[in-house]
Design a protein around this ligand. Structure first.
Ligand code: N01
Length: 537
C-alpha cells in the first residue's frame, strides 16, 4: 500500500503476539477483512522481543500454545516441558504459516495514533511508516509486558560498552565469552540470564535491589512416551485448562497448612518443591498465599533451600527476601540460579547497602566504588499492563484520550474494553489475567469475536460497554486486589515500579471463573446495553 492510501478493513489488530495471532485467526475465519500491524519484523510478541539468554516459558509449553486446532496440537512437538525462546518463536511462526496468516500481517509498523470517528463509527489509525487504515474494529493485542523500563540512573547513556535491555534483546547473538558483565535487576528476566551466561563470562556482577523468591522450574525434555500421551490427551488437556481457574494443569490441593503435622508438612513441601513452575503455588496448601502464618511457613522452607544452595552464608542471606513472603510479588522460576553464586567469577552487589550512584563510560559506580564492565544487561522490567495501550495514541469519543481516561489507573470491563472507546478491544490487557496468560486472553478474544459477530448479525455498527458495567468490574477488581490477590503494593502489578505512575491494580484479582461468568451473563442477555445506537449513552 502506498503512503497516500488508506486501508479499509473490518478489523485491525495491533500486535503479533500470542493473543493477536489468535484474534486474527478468528477474524479471518469469520469472514471479516482483517489486517494486523506489528512493530517488530517477526511474530511472537514477548517471544520475539525477549530473546535474551535463558528466556523460556514458565507455563508448561503445551498449556501455553493454542487449542483451537487439534491438528496443530498434535503435529507441533514441544521438546521441553518449559520451552526456550527460540522454540517458542518458531512455534508462532509455524502457526501463522500453517493457517496462512502471515500475508495479513504488516511488519515494521508501529501505531502512532488511533482516533474514533463518530460519524462513520470507525477508527482512523496511523503508523510511523506512513500506513493509514480505517477500521470498524480496533483490537490492541499489545501485551502487558511490552514496554521495557529503564530506571533513571545518572549516566546510563554515557556507558561506552555494550548495553542491552532483556525486553529489547538484539537478534544478533551477544558474545559474552570472556567479558566483564553486569546484570542489573533480579526479577524473572535477570534470574534467567544469570545462570546461563555465568559459565561463559570472565566476571559476572549481579546488582540486586530486592531479592525474589526464586524456586526451581524443574524443566526437562519431553520423553517420547510423554509426547504420545500429550497427543492422545488433547481433549482432556483442553478441557482442563479451559476450566481451570488459573489456566494451568496443576491440581489444587484441598488441604490447609496446619492440617498437617510438622513432619507431614515438610514431606508435602518437598513434594511441591519437585513440581514444575507454578505448581509451587497452585498445588501448595490452599491457604499458602493468603494466610500470613501459612505463607511464612512455606517462605521459611524456601529460605532454607536458598541457604543450602549457596555456599557463602552472607551471600545466601542477601538472596533471601525480607520485604515480602512467597508470591507477594510474581515469583520467578529458575534453573541453577542460586548455584551460580558459588562460581568464583560471580559476585552479588546488594544495592540496599551500596546503591548505584552513577553509570560511567566504563562501568557502574556504587557507594563502595567503581566496577568496570564490557557489557551491562538491564533486566529492569516493564511498564506493566497499561504501558503499551497508553502509548497507542488512542482517542475515543469526544476527543478523550485513553491516557487521560486511565490517568488514575485502568477502567475496564473484563480487562478487554472500556467506556468512551467504542469498537475498541484490548484482549490480554490490564484487569484480564491472573495465571497462564494465553488461556485468559483466549477467553477474551472469544468474547470479542462473539460480540462482533452479534453486531454484524444485528446490523449494529458501534459496540460500547455501558459505564455501569465498567464501574462494576473495575470496582470489584480494585477491592479484591487487597483480599483475593496475594500481591502486595510493592509488586509491579500495582504499577509501583514506574515513577509517577498511578498506583492501581493491573491484574484480574477476581480470577478466571468470575471473568467467564460475567462473559456468560453478557452473552445470555444478548449483550444488553452494549449497542447504544445513535443516541449514545
Ligand atoms: O522485570 P521485574 P522482569 N536499580 O519488574 C530491578 C515476565 N517474565 O523483566 O524489585 C536497581 O520483575 C527491580 O528491583 P526491585 C514475568 O511475568 C516471565 O524480570 O524493584 N534495580 C527488579 O529486580 C515477570 O514478572 C518469564 O527492587 C532496579 C528488576 O529490576 C515479568 O516478565 C521470564 C532498578 C525488574 O524485575 C517482568 O520480569 C522473564 C533500579 N533503579 C519475565 N529498577 C518467564 O519465565 C528496577 N530494578 C516466562
Amino acid at each position: 500500500m502506498g503512503q497516500d492510501q488508506t486501508a479499509d478493513v473490518d478489523i485491525l489488530i495491533v500486535g503479533a503476539g500470542v493473543t493477536g495471532i489468535y484474534q486474527l485467526y478468528r477474524a479471518r475465519e469469520a469472514g471479516y477483512s482483517a489486517q494486523m500491524v506489528e512493530q517488530g519484523t517477526g511474530v511472537g510478541g514477548t517471544w520475539y522481543w525477549n530473546r535474551y539468554p535463558g528466556a523460556r516459558y514458565d507455563s508448561e509449553s503445551y498449556t501455553y500454545g493454542y487449542f483451537f486446532s487439534e491438528e496443530l496440537f498434535r503435529e507441533w512437538e514441544w521438546t521441553e516441558h518449559f520451552a526456550g525462546q527460540a522454540e517458542n518463536e518458531r512455534y508462532f511462526n509455524y502457526v501463522v504459516d500453517k493457517f496462512d496468516l502471515r500475508r495479513l500481517i504488516r511488519f515494521n509498523t508501529k501505531v502512532t495514533a488511533a482516533v474514533w470517528d463518530e460519524a462513520s463509527a470507525t477508527w482512523l489509525v496511523e503508523a510511523n511508516d506512513g500506513y493509514r487504515a480505517r477500521a470498524r474494529y480496533l483490537v490492541a493485542a499489545t501485551g502487558v509486558l511490552s514496554v521495557p523500563f529503564y530506571p533513571a540512573v545518572p549516566g546510563r547513556e554515557d556507558f561506552q560498552g555494550e548495553a542491552y535491555h532483556t525486553g529489547l534483546w538484539p537478534k544478533t547473538p551477544v558474545d559474552f565469552a570472556g567479558k566483564r558483565v553486569a546484570v542489573i535487576g533480579t526479577g524473572s528476566s535477570g534470574v534467567q540470564v544469570v545462570p546461563v551466561i555465568a559459565p561463559e563470562v570472565a566476571e559476572l556482577t549481579v546488582y540486586q535491589r530486592t531479592p525474589n523468591w526464586a524456586t526451581p522450574l524443574n524443566n526437562r525434555p519431553i520423553t517420547p512416551d510423554e509426547q504420545a500421551e500429550l497427543k492422545a490427551s488433547f481433549a482432556s488437556i483442553k478441557e482442563t485448562v479451559g476450566k481451570s481457574p488459573s489456566g494451568f494443569l496443576h491440581v489444587h490441593s484441598d488441604k490447609s497448612t496446619f492440617d498437617d503435622s510438622p513432619e507431614d508438612r515438610l514431606a508435602f513441601y518437598e513434594r511441591v518443591w519437585t513440581l514444575g513452575g507454578f505448581g509451587k503455588i497452585i498445588s501448595n496448601y490452599r491457604d499458602m498465599t493468603l494466610n500470613p502464618a501459612a505463607n511464612a511457613e512455606w517462605s521459611r522452607f524456601v529460605a532454607d533451600k536458598i541457604r543450602s544452595a549457596v555456599h557463602d552464608p552472607a551471600t545466601a542471606e542477601k538472596l533471601i527476601p525480607t520485604d515480602h513472603g512467597y508470591a507477594g510479588k510474581r515469583p520467578p522460576y529458575v534453573t541453577d540460579y542460586y548455584e551460580a553464586f558459588n562460581r568464583p567469577n560471580v559476585k552479588l552487589v546488594d544495592l540496599t547497602q551500596t546503591p548505584i550512584t552513577t553509570v560511567t563510560e566504563t562501568g557502574i559506580e556504587t557507594a563502595d566504588g567503581l566496577r568496570e564492565f564490557d557489557i551491562i544487561v538491564w533486566a529492569t522490567g516493564f511498564d506493566f499492563g497499561t504501558g503499551a495501550l497508553n502509548r497507542l495514541g488512542a482517542v475515543g469519543r469526544d476527543g478523550l484520550t485513553l491516557k487521560e481516561y486511565w490517568a488514575d489507573g485502568p477502567l475496564t470491563y473484563l480487562g478487554l474494553m472500556c467506556h468512551h472507546f467504542p469498537n475498541f478491544f484490548f484482549p490480554g490487557g490490564p484487569h484480564g489475567a491472573a495465571g497462564n496468560n494465553p488461556r485468559y486472553s483466549g477467553d477474551q478474544s472469544d468474547f470479542i469475536a462473539g460480540i462482533i459477530d452479534y453486531a454484524r448479525d444485528h446490523g449494529q455498527t458501534a459496540i460500547e460497554v455501558p459505564k455501569a458495567l465498567e464501574n462494576e468490574w473495575t470496582d470489584m477488581v480494585n477491592e479484591a486486589a487487597y483480599t483475593m490477590s496475594p500481591f502486595k503494593e510493592l509488586s509491579y502489578f500495582f504499577g509501583t515500579n514506574i515513577p509517577g505512575k498511578a498506583k492501581a491494580f493491573l491484574l484480574n484479582s477476581l480470577g478466571r471463573p468470575k471473568l467467564l461468568q460475567m462473559m456468560e451473563t453478557a452473552i445470555k442477555s444478548d449483550y444488553d446495553g452494549f449497542f447504544p445506537g445513535p443516541e449514545g449513552e
